[in-house]
Design a binder for this molecule. Structure first.
Ligand code: SDX
Length: 428
């Protein structure tokens, strides 16, 4: 293939360079398009065909169902790594050695207190507040308590901001869940591992000792790893574009949490459980819901199915489906919802509407079944997604700032009124 793209507009022809990535993906570099064509731009709602950046963090191939963080295959990371190791690799580029990992963890522990005034902000929320709204607010509030915005020229400054948010975010997640459950807020224990500590902050009951359940710990490690990054998805693009204005890291993350909340994105894991519950309440009538999903006049979609990029199985869904079986068996949990999910999956995988559109189960389809087996409330499921995605958001924000990328400011095609004179109100 030549290394240029030719564009013919009327009598004029233009050439644009092709960019090729590590895995031979190809992009037309249109940075000079508007100047070269005297004002012509591209338009691509939802950016289905448009790349926003060159990134070295995550590679995925939607046709082949491939996902790698920093070149490491997701299957191997989910099987062999723990969440803190994967967080380090995403943010700093390579899996850490033992010394690096131990220092990373101890630096995180050093910042694991959250100002008590943040607790007072949390207290102002009603128990019924959706945890994603609470978490986004508290994350943004952290800026007030850590006002020095990151000086990206200073490696130390960047590192300190990173370990600070990796330390405090799990506290906010634990507090958000405990507030909802009416439990006193607690801090972690420095003697625990990173994920064990998250469990302690979420599940510790005031009237009994805390024991780490290895089944839950391993499943949580795996789930957090599987959610850790996913290239330029909606919430990550939000973190990057907010950060491109040089807004602070915590403010950018807060925006990403809000973007993730939507039911078409991270909010889907909550919507899947609600859908499965509705099907169960409806006597398990999956055919009715399949028909609704295919009916163009019905806004209902089969939640947990379909993906902007994966036109094959989402590799994460495959891993989570196996884990769901294992966790429920190990915990001795019988959940009829799991059978409904399996039935729905089989129906969809054999239904022409879904097959033609290459709609497969995505990361959100089975994850909620595991979270529920862990005793996590359904409206906390997307918070768990955010907890997993945090290192990915940090890595992407850091890459965007260190690459000194320009402020994100898309163009548009105006389709409104032509020029017209102002009319006084008594003449309208
Ligand atoms: C995540 O981007 C990421 O990487 C996201 C994520 C990550 O890790 O960050 O992977 C996490 O967000 C996973 C997706 C979770 N969302 C859901 O499960 C919600 C249900 N899925 C859909 O809403 C939809 O599939 C999207 C939003 C995920 C993708 O939408 P697209 O790419 O914009 O596709 P589309 O809406 O243009 O759909 C193409 C066709 C349409 O039918 P036609 O107009 O061609 O006839 O497929 C249909 C859609 O109606 N379709 C569905 C469907 N998803 C797509 N029909 C029924 N049920 C569905 N779930």
């Amino acid at each position: 293939m030549s290394d240029i793209a030719k564009l013919q507009i009327g009598e004029n022809s233009f050439e644009f360079p092709l960019i090729k990535g590590t895995e031979n993906e190809v992009a037309i570099d249109v940075k000079s398009l508007r100047n070269a064509t005297n004002g012509i731009i591209t338009i691509d709602p939802g950016f289905k065909n448009t790349g926003s950046c060159e990134s070295a963090i995550t590679f995925l191939d939607g046709e082949k169902g491939i996902l790698r963080y920093r070149g490491y295959p997701i299957e191997q990371l989910a099987e062999k790594a723990d969440f803190l190791e994967v967080s380090y690799a995403l943010i700093f580029g390579d899996l850490p050695n033992k010394e690096q990992l131990d220092k990373f963890h101890s630096d995180i522990k050093a910042h694991s207190l959250v100002d008590d005034d943040v607790r007072k902000i949390l207290e102002a929320f009603p128990k019924t507040a959706h945890p994603m709204g609470v978490l986004s607010s508290l994350t943004s509030a952290l800026t007030a308590f850590n006002p020095i915005s990151v000086n990206i020229e200073s490696r130390e400054d960047m590192y300190n901001a990173i370990v600070r948010i990796l330390a405090k975010f799990p506290v906010l997640v634990g507090w958000t869940m405990r507030k909802k459950k009416g439990l006193h807020l607690n801090y972690g224990k420095k003697s625990l591992g990173y994920v064990e500590n998250i469990m302690y902050m979420m599940f510790k009951e005031p009237n009994e000792d805390f024991q780490v359940n290895p089944v839950i710990k391993n499943a949580l490690d795996k789930l957090l790893i599987l959610h850790a990054d996913h290239e330029q998805n909606c919430s990550t693009s939000t973190v990057r574009i907010v950060g491109s204005s040089h807004a602070g890291l915590f403010a950018s993350l807060s925006a990403g949490i809000s973007a993730l909340w939507g039911p078409l994105h991270g909010g889907a894991n909550q919507a899947v459980l609600e859908m499965l519950e509705a099907i169960k309440a409806d006597g398990g009538d999956t055919k009715k819901y399949m028909a609704k999903a295919k009916d163009k006049n019905d806004p209902f979609r089969l939640m947990g199915f379909g993906h902007r990029v994966y036109k094959n199985f989402d590799p994460r869904a495959k891993i989570i489906k196996v884990a769901a079986d294992e966790v429920l068996n190990d915990l001795g949990v019988e959940d009829p919802i799991l059978n409904i999910a399996r039935g729905l999956e089989q129906e969809a995988l054999n239904d022409p509407y879904f097959v033609e559109r290459k709609l497969y189960p995505n990361v959100d389809f089975y994850s909620g079944i595991i979270y529920r087996a862990m005793g996590i409330p359904v409206d906390m499921f997307t918070v768990m997604f955010a907890l997993g995605r945090l290192p990915g958001w940090i890595a992407q924000w850091k890459e965007m700032r260190l690459n000194k990328e320009p402020i994100g400011r898309p163009r548009q095609i105006y389709i409104g009124e032509n020029i017209r004179p102002f009319v006084d109100i008594d003449k309208r």
